[in-house]
Write a protein that binds this ligand. Structure first.
Ligand SMILES: [Zn+2]
Length: 106
């Protein structure tokens, strides 16, 4: 499973670091530090849950950057909805990525 070392969220590069011992002791899967631009995750999660965590923490970053003021529950439900949409429309997602990559390269 490939975990990115950087996730770019609205132009800011967040470092993605494993911090299993601390997060497990806190009983959480991940966390984001907006001032340090860092997302931490626990490695003791199943791969699907790890992706959920990274998307969840990224949505916190988007929420922060856009001052949306979403609640924790809204972030959690949005994460579930987004992941389901991506899984159910994988061809569309891949085509979108292709189009965005072409635009970036041209
Ligand atoms: Zn959260």
């Amino acid at each position: 499973m490939n975990i990115p070392s950087i996730l770019t969220i609205l132009g800011k590069d967040y470092k993605v670091n494993e911090n299993t011992e601390i997060l497990d002791a806190m009983g959480i899967c991940g966390r984001v530090d907006q001032s340090r631009l860092e997302i931490q995750y626990s490695f003791s999660q199943e791969p699907q849950q790890m992706m959920d965590t990274l998307v969840h923490e990224s949505l916190h970053g988007i929420d922060y950057a856009l001052s949306l003021e979403l609640s924790e529950g809204q972030i959690t439900r949005l994460t579930t909805g987004l992941l389901c949409f991506m899984r159910d429309n994988i061809e569309f997602i891949l085509e979108t990525v292709n189009q965005l990559t072409e635009e970036k390269g041209s």
